[in-house]
Each structure stands twice: as structure tokens, then as C-alpha cells.
Design a protein around this ligand. Structure first.
Ligand SMILES: NC(=O)c1ccc[n+]([C@@H]2O[C@H](COP(=O)([O-])OP(=O)(O)OC[C@H]3O[C@@H](n4cnc5c(N)ncnc54)[C@H](O)[C@@H]3O)[C@@H](O)[C@H]2O)c1
Length: 360
């Protein structure tokens, strides 16, 4: 049986969702976007038969739709996902899961009530490096993980000035909410422990400086808003005794763009890292997947070899969603994990604005 999927949002990520869904054998039957031009262009490019101006119109016209994929600015994730779940559709939603934990709780409860799959695109869990590392962790080679350091840092990576990314009301925030992938991956490796306390600070240096614009050609909006942070630093402790530090930035005086999680386990430490290349896209990236351990009294470093994946797991992640709906695979992420992650993001913004520690 192949499930029928409708996509909402015709932006930069749509092609990855299309490729992953089709690899799992799904039929992509419709695409909706508030921009008729964007919808028609993407539908033609990806050979999708029907085009709509809204999710509502798509649901009304296509009663046979099994699932909806949501790829729109962050503010619209929760309302659209709720609409789809309440209409009995499975939902695959881009990250961040929503703009705050309260919305994620609503989504989790709606999915449970409707008995439908709800998954988010934490595509970095679907990278070959992450699969390999998780095999070591689940196989017992790492032991209990006490500590991890999560980073997504950019020297010049502001995604345009004045558009939805830099407008808090539309995005929920800057890099803390946008680049939350590595915090998610660190928590995933640690078994998603329950947070206890945290401290964080956000910084706005460079947020209006065009020299720090990212290389992806995202248009600036004249007189648009830039009311989000450019960098965030923080530290979270967990009820079981673990700790995680994080650093995320769109603009910060660092050497180069680094996307990494390092952790220290009782039997081995590990690192999953991508250094982005000089071309600003993924082709010249340098990836690492390493383990650090003690064998026969000697310090041993292991480099784990995996196939290169320039999509950073995005295609595989979308494939996993379809296979979960079909009952063929376990979900790479759960609504409860998304809720914990967003409680930490909310906690970080609260700690930064109050300049106080946060207790969960
Ligand atoms: N997983 C990843 O690696 C990754 C990378 C980039 C972006 N994203 C996420 O993907 C989402 C979209 O980002 P993007 O860069 O593709 O954005 P984009 O601005 O390129 O495209 C968004 C599209 O959504 C449409 N849209 C806006 N509101 C809508 C609504 N209510 N109903 C229907 N269509 C609507 C817009 O017209 C636009 O075509 C964001 O949540 C972002 O965080 C994820």
C-alpha cells in the first residue's frame, strides 16, 4: 500500500521531503502554498498533480489524503499541524516542532487523541554518522553518557535581514530555535534525560550587520524586523545527573561553521561533527564520526567510516516518516522528545531575558 501525502510549503526544503517520501514508495498527490507562483513552480518541478492555496482547501478537496508534510515558517507549524491531526491525517513537520513548548504539548495531545503519527524533521538523527554512533551507544560500547557539548556555530550565517527568520513573531527566535538540531542530537545520544536546571544568555551582536549575512541568497526585506538573537550559550543539568552545554550562532567571531556533538561516556567518548566548507553549501564539508576509548591500558581513537550524505539525513528522515506510517520502521523521534527539547529552548530564552537560572 502506498500512502498519499499532501505537502504544505514550497520553499527550500520541499525537494528533500519529496525525495524521501518517494523513496519509501509514497504518492505525493498535492501541494499547498499561500503563494500561487511558488506552489505552481514547485508542483511542476516535482511533478505533483494538484495545487492549493491553503491546507484547508487541500483537506477539503482530498478526503483520501493520509498524511500532511508541513514546511512553512515556524509560527505556522502548530496551527497547520493541529488542523491536519484534527482532520485525522498523520503529520511530518519541519523543525522547530513549534515556537514554544505549550504548542508542542497541544500537538502531542492532538496526535495521541487522533491516534496518528506525529514526527518532526530532526534530520541530523538520520545522518549516517548518527546512525553509526547510535549503534555503538545502543550496543553498550559507550556506557552511560554523563556530559555532552552541542554546537551549531556560524561566523557569517544570518538567513537574510527582515524576513521571517529574523522576525521573532514569525520564527520564535534566532539560532537558538533555528539551529536546535545539535541539542536534539546530544539529548538523543544521552537518552533524552529529564531537565532539572539551566542557565543561558543570548547576544544580538552583528544581527543588523550585512557583513554577517549567510551565503544562501535569502532576500532581505527592507524595513523588516531583526528582533532575534545572533548567538546563544547555555548549560543544562538533568535530574539523573547529566549535563549539556550548548553554543549556537548565526553570527559570531568563530573560525568557521561547525555543527557538532561531543559526549563523554563511562566506556567511551564520541564526536559527530561537520565543518562546513568554503563554498557555503555542503559539497566541501568535512565530516567526522569518532570514538575515544581505553583499550589494554592504551588510549585509542577510532574513526568510524560512513557513506557521505550531502543531504544531512533530510531524505532519509522523510523516508522514515512514511515507513513509520506504514508500520515498517520505528520513528526516529517522538512528540515527547520534541516537548522536552522545546522546554529547554523556552528555558534558555527565559533565563536569558530574566538573567536568572531556570528550574524545570
Ligand atoms: N531541516 C532542515 O535542515 C531545514 C533547513 C531549512 C529550513 N527548515 C525549516 O523549514 C521550514 C520552511 O523553511 P524554508 O527555508 O523552506 O522557508 P521559505 O520561506 O523558503 O518557504 C516557506 C514557504 O511557505 C509558504 N507559506 C508561508 N505560510 C504558509 C501557510 N500558512 N500555508 C501555506 N504556505 C505557507 C511561503 O509562501 C513559502 O513558499 C521552516 O520551519 C524551517 O525552520 C529546515
Amino acid at each position: 500500500m502506498s500512502i498519499k501525502i499532501g505537502i504544505v510549503g514550497a520553499g527550500g526544503m520541499t525537494g528533500y521531503h519529496v525525495a524521501g517520501f518517494r523513496r519509501a514508495g509514497a504518492d505525493i498527490v498535492a501541494l499547498a502554498d499561500v503563494s500561487d507562483t511558488a506552489a505552481k513552480r514547485a508542483a511542476a518541478k516535482h511533478s505533483i498533480g494538484r495545487v492549493f492555496g491553503s491546507l484547508q482547501a487541500m483537506l477539503a478537496a482530498m478526503p483520501g489524503l493520509d498524511a500532511v508534510s508541513i514546511i512553512v515558517p515556524n509560527k505556522f507549524h502548530a496551527p497547520l499541524a493541529l488542523q491536519a491531526l484534527r482532520a485525522g491525517r498523520h503529520v511530518f513537520c519541519e523543525k522547530p516542532p513549534a515556537i514554544n513548548a505549550g504548542e508542542v504539548r497541544q500537538l502531542r495531545d492532538a496526535a495521541a487523541k487522533a491516534k496518528r503519527v506525529l514526527m518532526f524533521n530532526f534530520n541530523n538523527r538520520a545522518r549516517p554518522e548518527s546512525y553509526a554512533m547510535m549503534n555503538y551507544i545502543r550496543g553498550g560500547a559507550v556506557g552511560a553518557i554523563n556530559t555532552c557539548q552541542a554546537k551549531w556555530i556560524r561566523r557569517a550565517g544570518i538567513p537574510g535581514f527582515g524576513g521571517w527568520f529574523t522576525t521573532k513573531a514569525l520564527s520564535g527566535g534566532g539560532p537558538l530555535i533555528d539551529l536546535l538540531h545539535m541539542m536534539d542530537l546530544g539529548l538523543y545520544f544521552m537518552g533524552y534525560p529529564e531537565p532539572a536546571y539551566m542557565l543561558a544568555r543570548t547576544y544580538r551582536d552583528h544581527i543588523d550587520n550585512k557583513a554577517f549575512k549567510g551565503p544562501w541568497g535569502i532576500a532581505d526585506v527592507p524595513r523588516g524586523v531583526t528582533d532575534v538573537e545572533a548567538a546563544a550559550h547555555g548549560f543544562v543539568t538533568f535530574k539523573g545527573g547529566q549535563a549539556m552545554s550548548f553554543q549556537v550562532s548565526w553570527a559570531e567571531m568563530v573560525q568557521r561553521e561547525e555543527v557538532s556533538v561531543a559526549f563523554q561516556g563511562a566506556k567511551a567518548g564520541g564526536l559527530v561533527r561537520r565543518f562546513f566548507g568554503t563554498d557555503g553549501v555542503d559539497q566541501t564539508a568535512i565530516d567526522a564520526c569518532e570514538l575515544y576509548t581505553l583499550e589494554h591500558g592504551r588510549m585509542v581513537n577510532r574513526a568510524v567510516t560512513v557513506p557521505a550524505d550531502e543531504t544531512m539525513g533530510r531524505v532519509r528522515s522523510a523516508e522514515n516518516f512514511v515507513r513509520v506510517v506504514e508500520g515498517e520502521e520505528k520513528p526516529l523521534n517522538t512528540p515527547d522528545e520534541a516537548l522536552t527539547l522545546m522546554r529547554i529552548v523556552d528555558g534558555a530564552y527565559k533565563s536569558a531575558s530574566t538573567r536568572r537560572p531556570v528550574t524545570f
